[in-house]
Design a protein around this ligand. Structure first.
Ligand SMILES: Nc1nc2c(ncn2[C@@H]2O[C@H](COP(=O)(O)OP(=O)(O)OP(=O)(O)O)[C@@H](O)[C@H]2O)c(=O)[nH]1
Ligand SMILES: [Mg+2]
Length: 389
């Protein structure tokens, strides 16, 4: 699955940066097209792995490289005014080999929150490839302005993206850490999941083929329809073959072999179950999902077709719809078996409902405050004074 990744704003840029670092560390052979877009010069300078030529500063004449200060209306305006610059940077990098666009952004801030929907709109109009966004929801403690921004951004993004993958900062805050301190850990969790998704359908090591191959078209079919998705993930340490009981030739009896195979299948099935029922990127009711995609990655001797099929049948029973796609890919670059479950087009997401409520309240308060301020200011003047216009 070849993404053209755009990190929009500070959070988006940082996650893109970490994704690239992770790919480098793994000695990845995936060719990546990337762009970090921001209105804040220092945010762009702080990136370490996004190549210099892939960093684009917008809005210089308006905010002089200082960011939009959580004003996402201004973020949207700047993106709109400079859309030609962003689009030509994307076009210059070539798009014919990519499978999809992926815009990563914080929804509660200004630059990425406002700019991402504008970019999504143009990309969806100009290219046939699907456009996805990874949107980070603000934690409740960040306050009403962030909620209002997130609600506005989400509503606009959902008009243009093929799918919006949500991550809830509030649900991912780590025990004993402040929200800011949690960011780097949350970002690692996001990158881990994106790395698995980005590998679907890509040959990792030339001589290895999965038991059930998932192609990028299956990711695209899962993520179609313009809804909201949530991702589950779980790993387990892949025990070396020699340590498994029953695999030691001396003790091995013929009739034990099927049990071993069943054991392998059971492990895969329970890993997938753990991924789907554990902490999701945005907590939601799994029963409200329209489709699902399962990807399992790990050393080839730990992958199992039967296990995957079992998991698939189980997941079909859990979700609202019937479309579940599943596949695996072998890799020797890890000691773990990882399972990723994408729950596509979920509708029952308590945090989104709460955000809508908070945003409506915030909007009313802002309007009330504005009306009162105007009334108060006007009451300072004598009623006999005539206004100029
Ligand atoms: N998970 C995660 N969330 C972040 C990170 N940095 C900021 N956020 C969240 O993203 C929102 C703010 O978005 P930013 O990306 O900082 O804002 P921006 O797009 O740079 O816009 P301005 O700074 O207003 O110009 C807040 O809700 C933060 O909680 C990060 O590194 N990780
Ligand atoms: Mg910023």
């Amino acid at each position: 699955m070849r993404f053209f990744m755009v990190g929009f704003g500070q959070a988006g840029g940082k996650i893109l940066d970490l994704f690239l670092e992770n790919e480098k560390m793994r000695g990845s052979n995936i060719e990546l097209k990337t762009l970090a877009v921001n209105t804040a010069r220092t945010d762009l300078m702080g990136l370490k792995h996004v190549p210099m030529q892939d960093r684009v500063l917008i809005g210089q004449t308006v905010v002089k490289g200082h960011g939009v200060g959580t004003d996402n209306m201004l973020g949207a305006k700047i993106a709109q005014d400079e859309i030609e610059t962003i689009l030509s940077e994307i076009d210059n990098r070539g798009t014919h080999e990519i499978d999809a666009f992926l815009i990563i952004t914080g929804l509660g801030g200004g630059t990425g929150s406002g700019g991402s929907p504008v970019l999504a709109k143009y990309l969806s109009e100009m290219y046939s490839e699907p456009v996805y966004a990874v949107g980070i929801l603000p934690a409740p403690e960040e306050g009403k302005l962030y909620s209002l921004n997130a609600a506005r951004s989400m509503i606009s993004l959902l008009k243009y993206v093929d799918n919006l993958i949500l991550v809830d900062n509030g649900a991912w805050k780590f025990e004993g850490l402040s929200l800011r301190e949690s960011f780097s850990r949350i970002n690692e969790e996001i990158v881990r999941r994106l790395a698995v998704l980005a590998r679907a359908g890509e040959p990792l090591e030339e001589d290895m083929v999965g038991e059930m191959v998932v192609d990028s078209s299956e990711v695209i079919n899962t993520l179609r329809g313009g809804g909201i998705s949530s991702i589950g993930y779980a790993t387990s340490l892949a025990e070396p073959e020699s340590k498994k009981k029953g695999k030691i030739p001396f003790f091995k009896r013929k009739e034990e072999e099927p049990i071993m195979e069943d054991d392998k299948a059971m492990k895969i099935a329970s890993l997938v179950r753990r991924a789907a029922l554990g902490r999701l990127t945005v907590p939601c009711n799994i029963r409200s999902a329209e489709r699902a995609l399962v990807l399992v990655a790990g050393p080839p001797e730990h992958l199992d077709r039967k296990g995957l099929e079992k998991a698939k049948i189980w997941l079909e029973e859990q979700i609202a719809g019937v479309e579940v796609r599943a596949g695996d890919y072998p890799t020797r670059r890890t000691k773990y078996v990882a399972a990723l479950v994408v729950l596509a087009n979920v509708t029952d997401i308590p945090r989104v409902r709460e955000l809508q409520r908070m945003a409506a309240e915030a909007k009313e308060e802002v309007e009330d405050a504005e009306r009162m301020r105007i009334e108060k200011t006007l009451s300072l003047f004598d009623e006999d004074i005539e206004p100029l216009i």
